[in-house]
Ligand binder design. Structure first.
Ligand code: PMV
Length: 353
């Protein structure tokens, strides 16, 4: 149909080995420290179709078959506004499906915002390089700026007030370390008690331990980069576990304190520690939720997966390699929007992908 601009993109979540926590600018999503992550691979992904049309009256966002409220759509609309030029009055219909259970507590906002940024830019025929895409995705959800690339990715905090030097760069492609596996242990949970946005602000305002963290975190980031380059699993895994512990200690030091780890998470920590007795073969790491991400190598993945699956309260363990990064789907049949009717296709997530 003429006047329609449409594109579909897929992106995967990323797992931070050195975490982003705390902003120096809340509006521009500028972090207080650099962070480093690994992008998951394609079976764990978000597919997003973006349609711009002058016939649409307002922006509309659907996620996993449900129309999102205005509040739930705020991050998406912010990204759309960054992509649209001032003179373009086209509103957008955005339809997204996650391939992974929404209970996974995976950073679906990271994969979703990355897919939206790439798809939106493609639909509007904007020729943006990864750096520019990363800067836009950052303003949808901080950690999303790292899902614009595959492999191992660093988000440099930048120094400029306008955020022009705060974006992600790939430090190693997905082919660099094919033996790496990431296990995702899905833990039964209720809704988060504190969103990561509220939690970050609270930490910055109240935690003195956080000031100590800021003094040291860049040094750990450099160490982790070097250990990845050397493929030094033992020391890398040690750094990753201690970084996760440090982040969650800072959350507890905030006031009022808040907790993302629960008893099941702690039992997973114990199981990984036991698995590591003798030599370190795996690392646990936790984001703003109770689910565990366990980094290990292919020779250990099965045994560890079996052990983690047996822990009471672990619902499912997914397995991922290091992912290649987001892509545009060229085939029209991959669109999640019926272009003529301008409505979401009626598919379940499984049928959609
Ligand atoms: O991007 P946000 O606001 O969802 O914050 C994510 C923060 C952590 O996941 C806890 C750490 C990280 O670097 O991804």
């Amino acid at each position: 149909m003429s006047g329609h601009k449409i594109a579909t993109a897929e992106a995967s979540p990323n797992i931070a080995l050195i975490k982003y926590w705390g902003k120096r600018d809340d509006k521009l999503f500028l972090p207080l420290n650099g962070s480093l992550s690994v992008t998951l691979d394609a079976p764990i992904k978000t597919r997003t179709t973006v349609l711009f049309s002058e016939q649409l009256k307002k922006d509309e966002f659907w996620l996993n078959g449900r129309r999102q409220t205005e509040e739930e759509s705020a991050d998406v609309v912010r990204v759309l506004n960054l992509l649209r030029s001032d003179e373009s009055r086209s509103r957008a219909l955005v339809v997204s499906f996650n391939s992974f259970p929404s209970s996974a507590g995976l950073a679906s906002s990271a994969s979703g915002i990355a897919a939206l940024t790439l798809g939106g830019a493609h639909a509007l025929n904007l020729k943006l390089d990864p750096q520019a895409l990363s800067i836009i995705a950052r303003q949808g959800s901080g950690s999303a700026c790292r899902s614009i690339m595959g492999g191992f990715v660093e988000w440099t905090k930048g120094a400029h007030q306008d955020g022009r030097d705060s974006y992600a760069v790939q430090i190693e492609p997905h082919t660099f370390w094919p033996e790496i596996r990431i296990l995702i242990a899905i833990v039964t949970s209720q809704k988060k008690e504190v969103s990561s946005r509220v939690g970050q602000t609270r930490t910055v305002k109240t935690s003195s331990l956080f000031l100590q963290r800021l003094k040291e975190v860049d040094k750990h980031l450099s160490a982790v980069k070097e250990l990845i380059a050397r493929k030094d699993t033992e020391n890398l895994f040690l750094e990753v576990m201690r970084e996760s512990n440090n982040l969650h200690a800072v959350m507890m030091d905030s006031w009022p304190p808040f907790f993302y780890l629960n008893d099941v998470s702690r039992n997973i920590i114990r199981a990984v520690m036991e698995f590591n007795s003798g030599s370190i073969k795996a690392a646990y790491t936790f984001d703003a939720g109770p689910n565990a991400f366990i980094i290990t190598t292919d020779d250990c993945a099965n045994e560890l997966k079996n052990q983690i699956s047996r822990i009471s309260g672990v619902e499912e363990v997914l397995e991922s390699k290091v992912g290649e990064g987001p892509k545009i789907l060229q085939d029209d049949s991959s669109h999640l929007i019926d272009v003529n009717a301008m409505i979401p296709v009626s598919l379940s997530p499984k049928q959609a992908m």
